[in-house]
Design a protein around this ligand. Structure first.
Ligand SMILES: Nc1ncnc2c1ncn2[C@@H]1O[C@H](COP(=O)(O)OP(=O)(O)OP(=O)(O)O)[C@@H](O)[C@H]1O
Length: 609
């Protein structure tokens, strides 16, 4: 036999994680059981789902998770009749860390101060490796459903593991823990039952603990969401939320309701209080779990639109058959109706919670950028979402909204003005704002990537058009307020000269009222996309889609006045024109067209002093 045993090194990151998990704490060791039982239950769920399309994978009638302590042998065995793992899967799932969330966790664990480690581990799913907190050796025998062969994975948790052929009568997995001397408490059936009740009561598959040779039920299995609100404690709800989302904070919002009548379903949904480690940005599909009469079906039913993908939880319905197939999930009108009902419920919860500005700001900072995708892509909900959007602004501290902006609009102001860029601090200093500031006109500062897209789709709020201030020319003369100070130079000679010198780089050169302290600014052409959009496209390697920009000059600025004089004296302004354009680009956070030439010109100008 020993000849067929293969030895493998753990991936480097597994070694580190093992070390951390095993040594970081003692008091929370019991969570190893939660992790192993959750894996076993997931494996049973997966097998049930796969058997819908492959009858050969059918679950045995008495599929449960069995926990068998053996004091004499000092082993604890956790068995399931789930999907099992092939040899390759054993290597992949137990020999390397496949999930980025686990890596992120390991990192934060390594960086956390000692006092915080226990709560980090206790509340976060650390997965299979937590077994090594209590076991000096772990053996996993597994047979993938639909195959004949079984494999034994074994490790003492230090550096390497072995793989060897094994046998198992049925598909499924046995995990045998050879307990450490100081972990014998976990061989007491009563202790095991208590742990299951505490951590895993909501698991709907039966879990048994063997006591004196008899399998005793350990979980109630009444799915938490099926109970009425008054029967469920806040701790149970929070524990369920943490289990679902692999997240360790308190939910920002909990929605628990039952729909009866035309549709019959129960939902328990959470909006997380923090951004989950598994960055919600990566994947666009909602992972809310679909259950049918308590049985888990899939988390790929897209129960919520992508712009609500941060919502976690369960929807459990009576209106679908248990053997619902993937095709049916896509086609059935029942699910479409459930989706609509669940979406509108979440939206109305958001509306209610938006009344508490401080609390809503927390939500917004976590998930606002995702919610805004809905304004862009969801015509049905666009109008409902608009008042929920929060903004930074040139006029107020903190977050503001479109209704608040509209209430502050100046007499004569026709549009809602926005400025797009990469970060709010830089935007707040942008020369683009000078004329608006001088007139007391507020500008909303937009810094998420999606902001380059949605305003165009929304078009208007409260009948006021939304306009990017870097796009086309904006006339603020109808807005009451002090006119610009200082005398404007006569630019009749300067403008054509600049235009001629810059004809390859700008579409037009014109005088503007929007500047106060700065000499120049760039704007997008009337028809083309906003400057920030053009910048994003360029960064994505998509050329220059917007045509050439417009260079606007401030006729009251000493520099422009001086250039106007030089133009009147028929001097050659080609060099200065180039510098002027680069200046405008640098102000917007762009690079000069030719940074080396730019630096040379500035150096020369400085030398002349
Ligand atoms: N009993 C089992 N049956 C089948 N596959 C299993 C079993 N236990 C673990 N696995 C596989 O090993 C993988 C890694 O398990 P691990 O507990 O480390 O992480 P996870 O379950 O993906 O995440 P978490 O425990 O944080 O929810 C699982 O995703 C699953 O594919």
């Amino acid at each position: 036999m020993s000849e067929t045993v293969e030895r493998h090194e753990f991936g480097a990151e597994v070694g580190r994680l093992l070390d951390l998990v095993v040594h970081a704490l003692y008091s929370e060791r019991e969570i190893f059981l939660r992790e192993l039982v959750a894996n076993a239950a997931d494996a049973v769920d997966r097998r049930r789902f796969e058997s819908l399309t492959d009858a050969a994978l059918m679950l045995p009638d008495d599929a449960k998770v069995r926990i068998v302590p053996d004091k004499a042998a000092r082993t604890l065995t956790i068995s399931d009749a789930g999907i099992g793992m092939s040899k390759a899967e054993l290597t992949q799932h137990l020999g390397t860390i496949a999930r980025s969330g686990t890596l992120a966790f390991a990192k934060s664990l390594a960086e956390a101060p000692a006092a915080e480690k226990p709560s980090l581990i206790g509340q976060f799913g650390v997965g299979f490796y937590s077994a090594f907190m209590v076991a000096e050796r772990v053996e996993v025998t597994s047979r993938r459903a639909g195959t004949e062969e079984a494999w034994l994975w074994a490790s003492a948790g230090s550096g390497e593991y072995t793989l060897a052929p094994a046998s198992r009568a049925e598909a499924g997995t046995d995990i045998v823990l050879h307990m450490k001397a100081d972990a014998e408490e976990f061989l007491e059936p009563l202790r095991l039952q208590t742990i299951i009740r505490k951590w895993a009561d909501h698991i709907t598959i039966p879990i048994t603990v063997t006591k004196d040779g008899v399998e005793e039920a350990a979980n109630e299995g009444t799915a938490l969401w099926r109970k009425s609100k008054s029967e469920v404690t806040a701790e149970q709800t929070t524990e369920f939320y943490r289990h679902l989302g692999n997240i360790f904070d308190e939910p920002w919002a909990t929605l628990h309701w039952r729909a009866e009548g035309a549709l019959d379903f129960t939902a328990l949904l959470f909006i997380p209080g923090m951004k989950p480690f598994q960055a919600v940005e990566g994947e666009r599909e909602s992972r809310v779990r679909l259950h049918v009469r308590r049985m888990f079906i899939t988390e790929e039913a897209a129960l919520l639109p992508p712009w609500l993908r941060f919502v976690q939880g369960v929807v459990d319905t009576e209106d679908l058959p248990l053997n619902v197939s993937r095709e049916m999930l896509q086609a059935t009108p029942v699910l479409a109706r459930i989706r609509r009902a669940v979406t509108s419920r979440v939206l109305s919860e958001l509306k209610t919670k938006a009344k508490d500005a401080e609390s809503f700001a927390k939500f917004w900072e976590n998930f606002g950028a995702i919610l805004k995708e809905g304004v862009w892509e969801d015509a049905e909900h666009r109008k409902d979402l608009a008042p929920l959007i929060r903004f930074r602004s040139s006029a107020v501290e903190g977050w503001t909204s479109l209704p608040d902006y509209v209430s502050r609009m100046k007499p004569g102001q026709e549009a809602i003005y926005v400025l797009l860029g990469d970060n709010a601090e830089a935007l707040a200093k942008s020369p683009q704002l000078e004329g608006f500031r001088a007139k007391g006109v507020e500008v909303l500062l937009l810094t998420d990537q999606i902001d380059a897209f949605w305003p165009e789709r929304l078009e208007k709020f409260d009948d006021k058009p939304i306009r990017s201030i870097t796009q086309g020319s904006i006339d603020l003369s109808a807005v009451e307020g002090t006119a610009q100070q200082g005398e404007a130079a006569d630019l009749s000679r300067l403008l054509p000269l600049l235009k001629d010198a810059l004809k390859d780089d700008v579409a037009e050169v014109r005088a503007t009222d929007r500047l106060v302290e700065s000499a120049v600014v760039l704007a997008a052409g009337e028809m083309g996309p906003d400057l920030q959009m053009q910048r994003l496209m360029r960064r994505a390697g998509r050329g220059f889609p917007g045509g050439l920009p417009v260079l606007e000059v401030n006729p009251r600025h000493p520099l422009i006045r001086r250039l106007a004089d030089r133009a009147a004296a028929a001097e050659d302004l080609a060099e200065s024109a180039g510098l002027l354009l680069d200046l405008a680009r640098v102000q917007d956070g762009d690079t000069p067209r030719d940074p080396v030439a730019f630096a040379r010109r500035v150096a020369e100008a400085l030398a002349i002093g």
